[in-house]
Design a protein. Structure first.
Length: 315
């Protein structure tokens, strides 16, 4: 698989290089990141259209990518010699039309590195009819392919293939929760039958449901169109897809969120609890959508890391 980008974050005693996904090092690896195409060949479900991705910057929000049709993984590996570290695949939010690639992407991956966890940012495709044959399944395809790719490269990247989680913010939370509830139905080519089930989920002010009165309408319309069928609504209302084998989850939301109703988190938590799935939920009285002012970044992220530590996924 060809890498399309490479960056060195910090030197630690000796040099390290990546070639075809393999790590070579004399002594101690350097903290490193690289970006690679998500698919090694033809991107499934993609029409024969040019790459129309647009990048911009909003000083109040983030670095933004929109109209994504060529998905990638940006891999951040810690500067340590651990060979069996946990990993988290990170799905930024943006209403299924934009991705907040720093605030809900690389910044989070680097924080995971600080506690010895690999952070892997998924730039998933935005569902639209211009680029895709079936737009509703494209983000799920990309999430499943990300899990498959990380498991395939686990040994080379020093990752424990049984400790691979998925994290999502807002609409990215819908991507992550969909991956965590639909893993037993492959939407990608997986001839070796590698498990597509994430080992845990981290859902941050997530979109969960596609039901009227609960969903974020903009995200639902982008994913399913303005007139979704009952079958589509049920399939992508992830609170209705929970089973006893759904991965354990950490959820957090703000009570005053007027963009994505808190019921998304509460209903998913209740469904997990009803099915005997381990889950933890943190509700902040204030924070609105995106936690832009409060709670403080390290407060909610620290709580997330503590949950991971208690469950053996982070130190």
């Amino acid at each position: 698989m060809k890498y399309i980008g490479y960056c060195v974050i910090a030197f630690v005693f000796s040099a390290c290089s990546y070639t075809n996904g393999s790590i070579s090092s004399d002594k101690v690896p350097i903290k490193t990141c690289f970006e690679m195409p998500l698919y090694s060949g033809t991107v499934p479900n993609l029409k024969n259209v040019p790459d129309g991705e647009m990048k911009s910057f909003d000083p109040q929000v983030d670095s933004l990518s929109s109209n994504v049709s060529r998905p990638t993984l940006k891999v951040f590996l810690p500067a340590d010699t651990v060979k069996k570290r946990a990993a988290v695949i990170i799905c930024p939010g943006g209403g299924y039309h934009t991705l907040l690639t720093v605030r809900e992407g690389s910044r989070v991956a680097e924080r995971f590195n600080e506690v010895g966890v690999a952070g892997i940012v998924l730039k998933y495709r935005h569902p639209n009819d211009v680029n895709l044959e079936n737009k509703s399944i494209a983000p799920l395809q990309d999430a499943q392919q990300a899990i498959l790719t990380v498991r395939e490269h686990a040994g080379e990247w020093g990752i424990d293939s049984t400790r691979i989680g998925i994290m999502g913010f807002s609409a990215g939370g819908h991507v992550a929760a969909t991956a965590g509830t639909h893993y037993d139905t492959p939407f990608i080519n997986n001839p070796q039958g590698i498990s597509l089930r994430p080992d845990f989920m981290l859902l941050i002010y997530p979109v969960i449901s596609c039901r009227d009165g609960i969903t974020h309408v903009g995200s639902r319309n982008a994913l399913l169109g303005n007139s979704p069928t009952e079958e589509q609504i049920k399939m992508f209302s992830n609170e209705e897809q929970v089973s006893e084998t759904t991965p354990p989850a950490y959820l957090t939301h703000a009570n005053d969120d007027t963009v994505v109703p808190i019921e998304n988190t509460l209903l998913f938590y209740q469904a997990l609890r009803n099915n005997g799935v381990s889950a933890e939920v943190h509700i902040y009285s204030k924070g609105e959508h995106g936690f832009l002012q409060e709670p403080a970044y390290e407060e909610w992220m620290g709580s997330c890391l503590q949950w991971m530590s208690r469950n053996g996924w982070a130190r």
